[in-house]
Unconditional design. Structure first.
Length: 147
């Protein structure tokens, strides 16, 4: 039996709107993922600690506050410091196209998906990136630290 992909859905910073993040978490769960939702107002440190403790395959970060060019690079830096440089990070929210390009090209974000992105596309991208990470980093069987 295949081990489900594990995803963290995170809401960093002062953003208090989590409806979209909860919709994404439910869509991932309904697609067979094990989902850990961090709740609101998480720090980059808390998000990275959750990724480590939960041995996840993909991190989805939702931002509507406009702080994406500060918080996402901070999360990426802390992931690298924690030995999770390869963990795919997907970012969603209100992200201007120029910032989206920078997040991908300069900071290593795996994908940026804005409002209106179909849930099926978000789930497919999370599955593709998470599966690739699992196979590359965790090896055959993809059990990593858990299992």
């Amino acid at each position: 039996m295949a081990i489900p992909l594990r995803a963290v859905v995170a809401k960093p910073g002062l953003d208090g709107h989590d409806r979209g993040a909860k919709v994404i978490a439910r869509a991932l769960r309904d697609a067979g993922f094990e989902v850990i939702y961090t709740g609101l107002h998480r720090t980059p440190e808390e998000i990275v600690r959750t990724c480590l403790e939960e041995d996840v395959d993909v991190l989805l970060v939702s931002l509507l506050s406009g702080a994406h060019m500060v918080l996402v690079p901070e999360i990426i830096t802390r992931l690298r410091e924690a030995g999770l440089a390869e963990l795919p990070v997907l970012v969603g929210g209100i992200i201007p196209p120029a910032d989206a390009r920078k997040l991908v090209q300069e900071h290593g974000v795996a994908a940026v998906m804005g409002p209106g992105t179909p849930l099926s596309e978000i789930v497919a991208t999370a599955r593709e990136k998470g599966q690739h990470y699992r196979e590359k980093v965790k090896g055959p069987g993809g059990q990593g630290l858990i299992g």
